[in-house]
Design a protein around this ligand. Structure first.
Ligand SMILES: [Zn+2]
Ligand SMILES: [Zn+2]
Length: 206
């Protein structure tokens, strides 16, 4: 988890330039280079040896004892995330078949599907889509993934204004994550939330 934050901050610091851990433009712009870049940005980079230095990119998180505990227990979260749906499926249907199908669909298939959506933000959303705001990279807003990615695919807006809690800032752009942050703010669980202002958006518009 802390490693993910470090990777992501490095991605913002070097987006689509040398040093970006997952840019699809790393190998060039020919069709073959882009096919290779797509694979690299989507999931190939995860298997590379280029590891992000956590002490440089996420020293604040590494210094937080609670976050370190959550981070170290990552294997436990994975096991629970696979086990709980299976147990629920078994109990609700009172059958081993229910446990197995819940394990497959609510466990393995769910995790794999959601990973591909997240990875698509790194690959597709740095290649295809609209770029209404000025950013230093090739990030783009790709509307077909808006609902599945819960707003993350308004990725050009995110790169133009990374600290904004809302990525879907234009008319009709659904952003479920922003709504969740909004609810957390109302409940007092989140504070100092940065919401987009008309003035700032106008300054960032291309
Ligand atoms: Zn990006
Ligand atoms: Zn980001």
């Amino acid at each position: 988890m802390i490693g993910w934050v470090a990777d992501h901050r490095r991605h913002h610091a070097f987006s689509d330039r040398d040093g970006d851990p997952h840019s699809p433009w790393l190998f060039g712009t020919s069709p073959v280079a882009l096919a290779r870049g797509f694979w690299h940005a989507h999931m190939g980079w995860l298997f590379g040896r280029d590891k992000t230095n956590v002490d440089r990119f996420a020293p604040d998180l590494a210094a937080d004892r609670d976050l370190r505990v959550v981070d170290r227990l990552f294997p436990l979260w994975v096991v629970l995330s696979l086990l709980l749906p299976a147990v629920l499926g078994g109990l609700l249907t009172l059958s081993w078949w229910g446990a197995l199908t819940a394990f497959l669909w609510a466990g393995l298939a769910r995790i794999s599907f959601q990973h591909h959506v997240t990875w698509s933000v790194n690959s597709i959303c740095h290649m295809i889509g609209e770029r209404p705001f000025a950013s230093r990279d090739r990030s783009a807003n790709f509307w077909p993934l808006a609902i599945l990615s819960m707003g993350e695919s308004w990725h050009n807006t995110h790169h133009a204004d990374p600290t904004s809690a809302r990525h879907g800032v234009l008319r009709g752009q659904l952003d479920v994550s922003a709504r969740v942050i909004w609810a957390f703010e109302k409940l007092g669980w989140a504070w100092n939330v940065r919401w987009p202002t008309a003035k700032r958006l106008a300054a960032l518009a291309r």
